[in-house]
Design a protein around this ligand. Structure first.
Ligand SMILES: Cc1cc2nc3c(=O)[nH]c(=O)nc-3n(C[C@H](O)[C@H](O)[C@H](O)COP(=O)(O)OP(=O)(O)OC[C@H]3O[C@@H](n4cnc5c(N)ncnc54)[C@H](O)[C@@H]3O)c2cc1C
Ligand SMILES: Cc1cc2nc3c(=O)[nH]c(=O)nc-3n(C[C@H](O)[C@H](O)[C@H](O)COP(=O)(O)O)c2cc1C
Length: 783
């Protein structure tokens, strides 16, 4: 077998090693345009998990690599004169040059041919090769040459960064967030060998310009960075090596394989440096390729297996990197946070690290986070215990004169079980049991303001006396038997109206018994959905009057709060999104115009809803579709409602157009809540695939929302909040007297269960290499 590998970086060299081990008879050549010991950049990082992989696949290179490594366990966050350290991270750093020399030596030992100073311009010279590995890095010439086939997508990010080095020793992966007169600068730094550390500097383009960095040469910009970070560098110089300022290109390719050619490493996909995964991805690609070549009958089959099997893992890492880079791009959102909360945000930005996970590793840090949260709550006039603080989920929140006892919320969920809009015993049991289960706030399902405002024939409404009476019964039950507050969500289905019950075909038009639907514009949801009538002013006035009448009935029922539903493609959402609003009058065109009618409704509701009771608005913060609403629009929308007195923005996304392409995942809508809360400076509730109390605490502690709603988890577990309270020891949670023995038991058992769980987790966790090294080098205790 003949293998040609273009590029002698980590991907190229490691794939050469693994393939040669597998097929000693194969003729494998690496072509590298640079000299053997030329290298750009300074250090690379690997997690313990990646090193475990290296140990498994090639023990000799693993041993040499780890001999050269600097280990560290802590992450240190420097911000506004404070430093917070969190242990248990298990990372290793190594010089990139050393890594490449080790891999070159190992490849040579195995009989791989290494051709340096050989630039490959055309793959035609490898016509006789069975396999051509394109490991030619981030600017891959071959990816671009075959762009029509590979279909790469390059997203050039807004922040600029430069890779430098220093002799400053570091005992932790160090983030420094530095305030300057020009704006914020960030340093990501770690040691990779004795006396050498990597320093990546990052800033936004405006700060870059204001700091006068435009046009400076490497030395001059290093001098400027030395001035900014001089207090930390303690006289150590910054070193440069092609340390130009650049924008990070986030690269994704539709295809990684063409005939017998395969893209590996940065050539196929990149991951932002803030999660330190570039070299790891490159070497793990090599592992995946070798695995595929081991088991598949032909090269073609192996390449298909590689691409198919590897893509999900790469995309997951890229997603984590995306989330992380966005956090750094928007660091100014958190600049006024309490430093410990800021540090918590840094630690938890990419979702892998959570509140519970940090509690195990760094209990004192989490205790400080809890205290800062409790202080903030106390500053709002609550009697919060700051010395022994409750977990954030169990801290109260006040909106106008309504206090919710904890931050867990039952999200609005249609039950499709009403008849003629009247809620019945099902609804009483449904809402009642969730209130008894301990949630601080319960939202009703979308309750419709008129018969023709319903989504389905099973939707609840509040336009007549029978409905009012039935709702009052539910509200009274909740107020008498629980500590929960209840919010009425009012909505109008718009063009998504007259559709089937969820279990008969969600959003599908009714075949019989439908009614005429209206919308901002006469565009149907599905091509075969009913074409809605475009609302004229008379229709707008009629619907507005219906909203007002329902709100007045809501007040008569005793609801504690009112939410206006402007999300998910229903009537008011259809005005807001440019994809569903094609009007040419004052209600179409600019966002300001598109918001006019929803704001008008909000203002009329606000004027009849008692001023001591809060109001929220639910929005779709993105349409997940080209040309639709974006996170930036959501900030503008939130501001507009906030100016008119909204107390909380309930941040959902999508469901506005049929061909949306949402990116699902754990807590997938939380970044939008974060953006709205911390840019528009308005309280938010987040929702969407949040399934654990750990996630609730992580979101709240990081300041990404003020309330957290859970929809589907509550459908199967009415006692979600009570169980979480027992786990976190929030014993003040209200329980009706009938249920007290159950509460006492779960609280008693939880202490032991939690201890057992934590012991197990600690026992099951393998020691990090840093810990092992520390143990091995510890002097024996004098006994
Ligand atoms: C300037 C710079 C500095 C960096 N510094 C660091 C750092 O300090 N720490 C870190 O973790 N990551 C760093 N990275 C990122 C990291 O190097 C990559 O994520 C990782 O090396 C990817 O490995 P790779 O093998 O896919 O690509 P690369 O390491 O980029 O290797 C590709 C190789 O292909 C060669 N090549 C390209 N085209 C041809 C051709 N036509 N013919 C022959 N050879 C060719 C290149 O010379 C290069 O050696 C840096 C990247 C750059 C661009
Ligand atoms: C069956 C069902 C009914 C829903 N009904 C409503 C509703 O009436 N009003 C609303 O604003 N959102 C509604 N939603 C959206 C939920 O409130 C919530 O935003 C969504 O389910 C995501 O949260 P989760 O992952 O916790 O379930 C509904 C969702 C489902 C699955």
């Amino acid at each position: 077998m003949k293998v040609a590998i273009i590029g002698g970086g980590p991907a190229g060299l490691y794939s050469a090693i693994l393939l040669k081990k597998q097929r000693p008879e194969a003729d494998i050549t690496v072509y590298e345009r640079n000299r053997a010991d030329d290298t750009f950049g300074f250090g690379v990082v690997f997690s313990d998990a990646t090193l475990d992989n290296f140990e498994k696949y090639d023990p000799p290179s693993y041993r040499r690599i780890t001999q050269e490594f600097a280990y560290w366990d802590d992450i240190a966050v420097h911000f506004r004169g404070t430093v917070h350290r969190v242990g248990g991270n298990g990372f290793c750093g190594c010089s990139r040059r050393q890594l490449l020399l080790i891999l070159q030596e190992r490849a040579r030992e195995l009989g791989v041919r290494l051709n340096f100073e050989t630039e490959i311009a055309d793959e035609a010279r490898f016509a006789d090769a069975d396999l051509v590995v394109l490991a030619d890095g981030i600017n891959s010439r071959f990816r671009e040459k075959h762009a029509a086939h590979f279909e790469p997508e390059v997203d050039l990010r807004s922040n600029v960064f430069a890779w430098m080095g220093s002799t400053r020793p570091l005992d932790a992966f160090t983030f420094i967030f530095q305030e300057t007169e020009w704006g914020p600068f960030i340093a990501h730094a770690y040691q990779y060998e004795t006396g050498r550390s990597t320093w990546i500097f990052e800033t936004d383009p405006e700060t870059f310009k204001r700091a006068g960095l435009t046009g400076l040469n490497e030395k001059q910009s290093a001098d400027r960075m030395s001035e900014i970070f001089g207090w930390f560098l303690e006289g150590h110089p910054l070193l440069t090596n092609r340390s130009m300022w650049r924008n990070f290109p986030m690269i994704r390719s539709q295809r990684w394989v063409k005939d017998n050619m395969v893209l590996l490493g940065d050539a196929k996909a990149t991951a932002h440096f803030s999660i330190g995964s570039g070299t790891k991805l490159a070497m793990e690609d090599a592992i995946a390729l070798a695995d595929a070549m081991q088991s598949a009958p032909t090269v073609q089959a192996a390449l298909a297996t590689y691409e198919h099997g590897r893509r999900e893992e790469v995309e997951k890492t890229q997603h984590a990197a995306d989330v992380s880079l966005v956090w750094f791009e928007h660091v100014d959102r958190f600049w006024d946070f309490d430093p410990v909360q800021f540090a918590f945000g840094v630690m938890t930005r990419a979702k892998a690290i959570t509140y519970d996970n940090l509690t195990l590793r760094a209990p004192e840090f989490v205790s400080e986070v809890d205290k800062a949260f409790a202080r903030h709550v106390r500053d709002q006039g609550f009697d919060a215990d700051v010395d022994k603080p409750l977990a954030p989920m169990f801290q109260p929140l006040r909106l106008r004169e309504m206090t919710v006892a904890n931050r867990a919320v039952v999200s609005p969920m249609c039950m499709y079980s009403a008849e003629e809009g009247v809620p019945n015993d099902f609804h009483l049991v449904h809402y009642g049991s969730r209130a008894l289960g301990g949630a601080g706030l319960i939202f009703t399902e979308m309750t419709c303001v008129g018969r023709d405002a319903r989504i389905t024939p099973g939707c609840t409404g509040l336009w007549n006396d029978a409905q009012e009476k039935a709702w009052r019964r539910i509200v009274d039950f909740i107020h008498v038997n629980s500590a929960a507050k209840i919010c009425l969500q009012l909505g109008h289905a718009g063009r998504k109206g007259a559709t089937k019950l969820m279990w008969d075909g969600i959003d599908r038009p009714l075949e019989q018994g439908g009614w005429d639907v209206i919308s901002a514009s006469p565009a149907p949801y599905f091509p075969d959905s009913q074409v809605p009538r475009e609302m004229d002013r008379a229709a707008m006035d009629k619907v507005k009057a219906e909203f007002v009448a329902s709100a007045e009935r809501g007040e008569a029922c005793g609801f504690d709060m009112l939410e206006l539903h402007c999300a998910h493609g229903y009537l008011l959402a259809s005005f807001i999104s440019p994809l569903t609003n094609q009007r040419t009058d004052n209600y179409g065109g600019s966002l300001e115009n598109r918001l006019r009618y929803p704001l008008e409704i909000f203002e009329s509701l606000r004027s009849v809803w008692p001023s001591h009771k809060p109001m929220s608005v639910r929005i779709s913060a993105t349409d997940w579709a080209e040309g639709g609403i974006t996170g930036d629009d959501a900030v503008a929308i939130a501001r507009a409602f906030a100016e008119r007195g909204v107390d909380l923005v309930d941040v959902s996304t999508g469901q506005t157009v049929r061909d949306a392409q949402p990116i699902y995942g754990r807590m997938f809508q939380t970044p939008f809540s974060d953006q709205v809360r911390n840019e528009a400076r308005v309280a938010t509730m987040c929702v969407g695939n949040i399934t654990t109390a750990d996630q609730v605490n992580t979101i709240l502690a990081a300041g990404r929302a003020d309330l957290v709603a859970l929809g589907r988890p509550h459908l199967v577990d009415p006692g979600f909040t009570m169980r979480a309270a027992a786990w976190y020891g929030a014993s003040d949670i209200f329980s009706p007297p009938q249920y007290l023995p159950g509460k006492e038991q779960i609280f008693r058992n939880s202490i032991r269960d939690r201890q057992d769980f934590e012991d197990l987790k600690i026992k099951a966790k393998p020691k990090t290499r840093a810990e092992l090294k520390a143990e091995a080098t510890k002097p024996l205790a004098a006994e």
